[in-house]
Each structure stands twice: as C-alpha cells, then as structure tokens.
Design a binder for this molecule. Structure first.
Ligand SMILES: Cc1ncc(COP(=O)(O)O)c(C=O)c1O
Length: 400
C-alpha cells in the first residue's frame, strides 16, 4: 500500500497484509524493523522539555517503556482488524487480563466475572482485587440479560469470556453489554479464542477486548504476549494505567506477533476446517459423550455463535463417557501427534485433561465423564483422526 492519503476502504484480509508496515519509510524493506530501545535521545533542551506527556499521549517515541515504532505497528494493526479505537501491547495474556481490571476498579467497587473465566483471571480477582477492596461476584456464563439482577450501584465492570475457558459456553455478549451500559459499567471480554479476526467485539457492545496474543496472534508457540484493544471512551483510563503499572513487551516478541498476524486468517481457516472434521468424527466415537464446540450445529451455543462470530478457531472440549482416571491417562499417553501441554493457538495439536468443577462457584460443572481439551493444529486431519482412534482404543481397553 503506497504511503499516501488516498481514500481506502480495504477489507480485513487486505488490511492484515498491508497495515502496520511502511516500506517507503524503511528503505523498501517489507517488514518494519525491530527497534531495540530503552533510552531515546532528545536533540536539545527544547525538545527534551517539550516531550509529550506520557500520561496522556501514547504512540510517540519517548522511552522504550511506552513503545517504539515496532510496538505501534502491531497496535495499529490489531485495533483496525478488531474495529477498536486503539490498542496496547503487554508482556502476556494474563497481564492483558489484569491491567484493564486494575484500570477500571477501585476499593469499594464491584465486579461481575463470568464463572467460566480463564483460571488465573479468577485467581487475580480472588487475590489481588480482594486485597484491594474490590468485591467479585461470579455469574453463570449463560445468564444473558438476566445479569440485570446481579448489577449493584457499585458494579463498575462486567467481564465476559466467550466461549468459556475449558467448557466453551457462548455468551450473549450484546444482551449482557446492554444491561451493563444501562448501569454505567464497563464491559470487558477475553476474546482470545476467536482472535480479533473472528469476533469484532466492539460491534457487540464490548468496551475493552483482551487477547492472549501468545495464542493465535503469534501462532507458533514461541512467544508470550498480550494485547488490550479498547473503544475511544475506555482508552485513556486503560492505557494510562498500563503505563503506570510499567507494562511493556520486548521488540522481538512484537515482531513475531506482527509476522503471525500476516497469516492469521489463513491459519484460522485451516484450524476451523480441521477442528470441525475432527470434532464431527469424535461425535461418532462410542467413548465420547459430547464435543463442546460452538461450530457444531448441535452445540447449545451454536445459534449465538452463528449470530455473532465470523468463524471458529481450533480449540474445543471433549466430554468422555464415564472412565477411570487411569483410562484417560492411557488415552492421552498413547497419542503420538497431540502434545500434552498448556496454551494453544500454535500450529501443533495439543491435549490436556481439564477440571472445571474445581474452579466453579456460581454454577456447577456436571458432565457424564472426564473432560479433555483439544487444540487442532495444522497437521493432516487423517493422521490426527487415526492417532485419536488408536488412543481411544487404549482408553476402552483400559476402562474394560
Ligand atoms: C482464554 C485465555 N486468556 C488468557 C490467557 C493468558 O495468556 P498468557 O498465557 O499469554 O498469559 C490464556 C492462556 O492460556 C487463555 O487461555
């Protein structure tokens, strides 16, 4: 894209390719250079004295902590793809969860937190926020506009994650946001599963969108990174708190995220196609009770997912039929292509056992048998299915 101001109205895939880089300003190099910088020198005293105020001006090169052109390139790209006002990059997804909560909550405030939230987000509420005098109430992910009965005069934030961590409930985010806004609360959402590409959160009432960029944005399981994208109203409070907390991210990691973004849409397309194929196959297996994946037509969240999302990623849950722990271990240990590991969103397939019943407080997780979480990578689905088939055979043999 030429460096001029002609009017443009390109679609998302074109923007993924062209935003966040400026070859004309970089000797023609396609990708932006990686700026390693802490100190930024001023040319003279006048420039030093007139540096922009770091509490209100963001996106200018001042000190490494507030970002360099490498940072600003990723921030611009993420905000544009999700349709937000601006974005900030942090060192991890968890930092992107905690910093906006710290920005919008003070002693005496009340937070409504979804019961299916990512575990460490709960830990933060139960630990740091409690110590700071913020009260958290967990709510049923399927509550929808029923959230109205939980709102209090001091409810400042309603936090969503959709689909829920481990259990994949799809939330009625627009209904929840409408109620929250009527009460003057800020709506935050962990949008990591869909990425900025598959859920345009600001069109559904979200004020602050949270991403573990560690997952699909980076996409290669080699970087920890977080991103917060906000609407115009939430930008200053959230961004200034991120600065006050001292959050930033390393330039090499940001470069990897910029590189990941260029292929985000093609990777997601393949993750979805393969995940659907494997999920449908799993539904036919006698060892499987249910597959928790909103892209499946018979998933309870399918209608909402279809209404609000632009696609699905490659992460889902599988409820097995009743089986002893040793049989589940025999299944997972027999797998050749599925690594046993936390995180997801890379090019490789993963599996891990999941225990949502250990965390829930507002709702009870009741399932017919053990739960495993599967990430479908970019491998050939026939190989993945064959691997799962031999693993499930071992499960059945161990359970007999
Ligand atoms: C839904 C969700 N949000 C946030 C995070 C935290 O991201 P990170 O591991 O980059 O801290 C994770 C990590 O697994 C996650 O699954």
């Amino acid at each position: 894209m030429r460096n001029d101001d002609r009017p443009r109205n390109y679609r998302k895939d074109t923007l993924l390719t062209h935003l966040g880089r400026n070859p004309e300003a970089q000797h023609g190099a396609i990708n932006p250079p990686v700026y390693h910088a802490s100190t930024i020198l001023s040319r003279n005293m006048a420039e030093w004295e007139n540096r922009p105020d770091p509490k209100v001006v963001f996106g200018s090169v001042r000190y490494g902590l507030s970002g360099t052109p490498t940072t600003f390139a990723l921030e611009e790209l993420l905000a544009k793809i999700e349709g937000g006002h601006r974005s900030a990059i942090l060192c991890s997804g968890l930092a992107a969860v905690t910093a906006p909560l710290q920005a919008c909550l003070s002693a005496g405030d009340h937070l409504l937190m979804v019961d299916s939230a990512y575990g460490p987000a709960r830990n933060f509420c139960n630990g740091v926020l409690t110590r700071c005098g913020v009260e958290t109430t967990y709510y049923d992910p399927l509550i929808g506009e029923g959230i109205a009965k939980l709102m209090r005069p001091n409810t400042k934030v309603v936090y969503c994650e959709s689909p829920g961590s481990l259990t994949f409930e799809v939330q009625d985010v627009p209904a929840i946001a409408a109620v929250a806004h009527r009460h003057g609360a800020t709506v935050m959402m962990d949008n990591t599963w869909a990425s900025p590409y598959l859920f345009r959160s600001f069109e559904h009432g979200v004020d602050v969108s949270i991403h573990a960029a560690t997952k699909y944005i980076v996409g290669h399981s080699d970087v920890m990174l977080g991103a917060v994208i906000t609407n115009e109203q939430s930008w200053l409070p959230v961004r200034s708190t991120i600065g006050e907390l001292g959050h930033c991210a390393g330039p090499d990691d940001i470069f990897f995220a910029l590189r990941g973004m260029r292929t985000l849409s093609v990777r997601l397309e393949r993750h979805q196609k393969s995940a659907l194929e494997v999920a449908r196959w799993l539904q036919t297996r006698p060892e499987v009770s249910r597959v928790l994946y909103p892209a499946l037509e018979d998933d309870p969240g399918h209608a909402l997912w279809k209404r609000d999302f632009l696609g699905a990623s490659g992460l889902f849950g599988v409820v097995l039929k009743q089986a002893p722990k040793t049989a589940v271990a025999a299944f997972i240990d027999a797998l050749d292509l599925f690594g046993i590991g936390a995180s997801w969103g890379g090019y490789e397939s993963l599996i891990q056992p999941a225990y949502p019943e250990r965390a829930r407080t507002a709702t009870q997780w009741q399932a017919e048998g053990p739960l495993v979480r599967i990430h479908i990578g970019l491998e050939d689905t026939q190989d993945l299915i064959a691997d799962l088939a031999q693993g499930l055979d071992k499960l059945r043999a161990a359970a007999a």
